[in-house]
Every structure is written in C-alpha cells, then in structure tokens.
Write a protein that binds this ligand. Structure first.
Ligand code: NAD
Length: 444
C-alpha cells in the first residue's frame, strides 16, 4: 500500500499579515501611511474642481470588489505553507479590470486597493478601454524555488478563476512577477477552458503571445514623458543630470533610454545600496553588472553612497522607480531636482506633493508617467484578440502616439486649472470615467 504523505501546514514569518506600510516607519518608527488614503486624497483634490454629484463620485471612487484568499502551497521540503493573496477590481466602467500581480513580503489589502484604483485612473489618462485592478500575494519570491512559485501561481489562479477572463479581468506582471509567472497563469486558466486563451493575461513571453516591446514599455513611457516635460521646461537633455531609485524593470529601462538621449546618471540605487559617479554612470555596463550579480552595488568605478541620498541628489531629473511612500512630508524638503518622473506607483505622498509644489519641482504623476506598461499591455491584448502580431517598431510608434497626447492633455488641463500635473491627470481621468458612467447609467 502507498504510504500517505504527512501534511503539515506552517505559517512562516513571511506570511505574517501586515496592514500598513511606510518607508519612513521602517526607519524611524513613525508615520504609518495608508497608500489607499493617499489615492483618496488625490481623488478628492481633483474631484473638488469638477462639477460632479457627490453620490456619483463615491460610486466611482471606491473599489468595486476585493477578494481575499488563503492559498496552501506545497513547498519543496514536503510541508505546506499558507499564503494570503488578493485580487481587487476597482472599476470595470470603461472595460475589463486591468492591473498587475505583485509578489512581495509587504503586500497589504490597503496597498492593492490603492494600486487597483490608480490603474483605473491610469487607463483613463491614456484613454485605453480598461478599468482598474490589481493583485498581490504576501510572499518573498527571492526565497522561493521555481517549483514553489509555479505552484503558488497556479493555486492563485485556480482559487479566483471566476474573476479572470479576457473581457473580465486581465492581470499582468508587477514587482516580483514576470513573463514566466504570466505563462503559468495563462496555462492554468487555459486548462479549465480547454483551449488557449492568451488574452487573459498580458506580459507573457513573446513565444506564447506576448507583445514585442512590452518589457521595455513602462521605462519607454517614462522616457517619453520626461522628454516632453524637458521640452516644456526648456531643459536641454544633452546637458541634464539624473538619479534613479530602483534599478529593476522600470528604473533600468528608463535610465537606459534617457541615457541614450544624452542624460548623465550620477546616482543609482536598489534595495541593497546606492552608487555615485560625478562623471556619469555607464548605464549599459550597469545593466550587465546587475544581470550578473543581481545588484548594482560593487559596480566598478563608482563610489558607494547611502541609499536615501539618491532621492536628495542635486540633479535635473529624479526617477523614483521602486515602491510607494518614498517621498513624504519628512523628506520632501530635501528633494532638489527640477523634474520628478514617477516611474513607481505612489512614490510621493499627498503631503509631500504640497512641499514639492512650493519648491517648484515639476512632478510627472505615476498615472501618466508609468502608463506605458499598461498601454503596451493593451496592445498585447488587442494582438491576442486579432491573432496578428506587430513589429517592435510598430509597438513603439503606437506607444508614442498614445503617450504624447496623454502628456499634452494632462498639461493642458493642469495649465487651464493652474494646478499640478497630478491634479490635472486625475481631473482628466475622472471626467473620462464619468462620461461612460453617465452613458451606462447606474443600475440600482
Ligand atoms: P522590479 O522588481 O523589477 O524592480 C524594483 C527595483 O526597486 C529593484 O531594483 C529593487 O532592488 C529596488 N528597490 C526595492 N526597494 C528599494 C529601496 N528601498 N530603495 C531603492 N531601491 C529599492 O519592479 P518594477 O517592475 O521595476 O516596478 C517598480 C515600480 O514601478 C513599482 O512601483 C511598480 O508598481 C511600478 N510599475 C511597474 C510597471 C511594470 O511594467 N513593471 C508598470 C507600472 C508601474
């Protein structure tokens, strides 16, 4: 007779549920910051300037549906570990919910609701037919084997499978996830349907229906917005300096593409540390070094500096491209750049925004600046639906055609209303969602 496997379920320290996250609190033990409260404040500040019925505003502001599941996953040592996971659909007014899945030890429901909400406004800013969604799992992908990650991903899909579908909710990669995880996602969904369903997820490997240009899309969008902002401010990029916080997908591509336009990067950081070179860091060399060593630290020819110093570097362009709540009312006064291009979602709190405005920092808000990723995700979804694939040049050209007008629209609304770009972007997005809600009506 076969011996049955002994099942033990353990809850590791990493699955401990954290309700709030703050970059400052980790350092000083103060100011816990709710990211969802931040989005609410940004929304309210913009909504105040629009003539919209308060009760309807509440309807479009709150997440439509939040799902929480606890996933048992068989680990390589034969034990089972529980992982808490979320999927939030903030809005489906303009189209299917759209947004990435994050694997990170600090994931919270508060954060996922905030990220889902930003997705709604981001898709509206670049005028693509999607609503907003986001998912997350409390886990540390760096400490899990490939097999464990595959089992976790498949269980995540299986436990919430009714939520997903090409016309329902279309996930994508975010921090800690990438093309391979999207491939497992699509396969698990396809097994239930008994057919191939590539449009259920974007950010897939190109060989199985991914779009050319998707990996670079978010950084390319950051480059386009920064280039347009520099034009507006009459800043010559060939003599401009820059710093980037976070050197993952978004940070490294933004830096590479801006470097190609002549921008000199003097400061770069990642989770392990920061480096400095007054003459400019060789970005291509740094990308190779990071691929080899998994970090930017110890890159030859650069000085090690404190990680936080990157945010306060005296440069023309600062690109926070790591996580939320990096620039708060505590440290915003020390930011010395001219353009702050938000590669990450939510790196600047609403209180910090006020200080940056006073100090004349030109902030390109996340819902515009990093929208290149979801725009090419939309292109991937379109290509999957029509079954015909574009060249990389075509994808990049179409991305320009979406990002440049979005930048111009946001700038126009901001100038007309004498407000920061963030408020202008929210005003534009809320108006676009409202137009559809009015046409559809509210079923009650
Ligand atoms: P990633 O995991 O590829 O990179 C994150 C980088 O940040 C890594 O280099 C990591 O070492 C670094 N980091 C983490 N904590 C840090 C700290 N305290 N100080 C300095 N560096 C730190 O993730 P990504 O895909 O590049 O995403 C980064 C941000 O961009 C996130 O906010 C994400 O939501 C946002 N974003 C990503 C995409 C996308 O297409 N990947 C699209 C839109 C927005």
């Amino acid at each position: 007779m076969r011996k049955s496997r002994k099942i033990t379920i353990k809850k590791s320290k990493k699955t401990k549920i954290r309700h709030r996250r703050s970059m400052v609190s980790r350092k000083t033990g103060t100011i816990p910051i709710s990211v969802f409260d931040n989005v609410m404040k940004q929304f309210d500040a913009a909504a105040k300037k629009l003539q919209i019925d308060q009760s309807v505003l509440e309807f479009i502001k709150m997440p439509r549906r939040s799902t929480i599941v606890n996933l048992p996953v068989r680990m390589d040592d034969g034990t089972y570990q529980m992982f808490r996971a979320y999927r939030v659909q903030h809005s489906i007014a303009r189209g299917p919910a759209k947004g990435g899945i994050r694997y990170h030890p600090d994931v919270t429901l508060d954060e996922i609701q905030a990220l889902a909400s930003w997705m709604t406004w981001k898709c509206a800013v670049v005028n693509i037919p999607f609503g907003g969604g986001k998912g997350g799992v409390i886990c540390d992908p760096h400490e899990m084997s490939e097999g464990e990650l595959e089992r976790l991903t498949r269980r995540y899909v299986a436990d919430m499978i009714d939520l997903f579908g090409p016309d329902d909710d279309v996930p994508a990669p975010d921090v800690g996830t990438g093309p391979q995880i999207m491939a497992w996602f699509m396969d698990t969904f396809a097994m239930r349907e008994n057919r191939s369903v590539p449009a259920v997820v974007t950010g897939k490997p190109i060989k199985m229906g991914g779009s050319r240009g998707r990996v670079e899309a978010t950084g390319r969008g950051v480059m386009i917005c920064t280039r347009e902002a520099a034009k507006h401010l009459k800043l010559n990029l060939k003599s401009a300096t820059a710093a980037v916080q976070g050197f993952g997908n978004v940070g490294s591509v933004s830096a590479k593409l801006l470097h190609e336009l002549g921008v000199k990067f003097t400061h770069v950081s990642d989770e392990y540390g920061a480096i400095f070179n007054a003459k400019g860091i060789d970005i291509e060399g740094l990308v190779k070094h990071r691929e080899k060593t998994k970090s930017i630290v110890k890159f030859p020819g650069c000085k090690r500096v404190k990680r936080e110093s990157v945010l306060f570097a005296k440069v023309d362009i600062l690109i926070p491209a790591a996580l939320e709540n990096q620039i708060t009312e505590i440290n915003a006064g020390q930011v010395r750049c001219r353009i702050l291009a938000e590669g990450a979602n939510g790196p600047v709190t609403p209180e910090a925004d006020k200080i940056l405005k006073k100090n004349k920092v030109f902030v390109i808000p996340d819902i515009l600046c990093n929208a290149g990723g979801v725009t090419v995700s939309y292109f991937e979804w379109v290509q999957n639906k029509i079954g015909y694939f574009w060249t990389e040049e075509e994808v990049n050209r179409r991305l320009e055609e979406k990002m440049v007008p979005a930048f111009e629209d946001v700038l126009k609304v901001s100038l007309e209303n004498k407000t920061q770009l963030r408020i202008g972007a929210f005003m534009l997005a809320i108006s676009r969602v409202m137009e559809v809600v009015k046409l559809r009506g509210i079923y009650s």
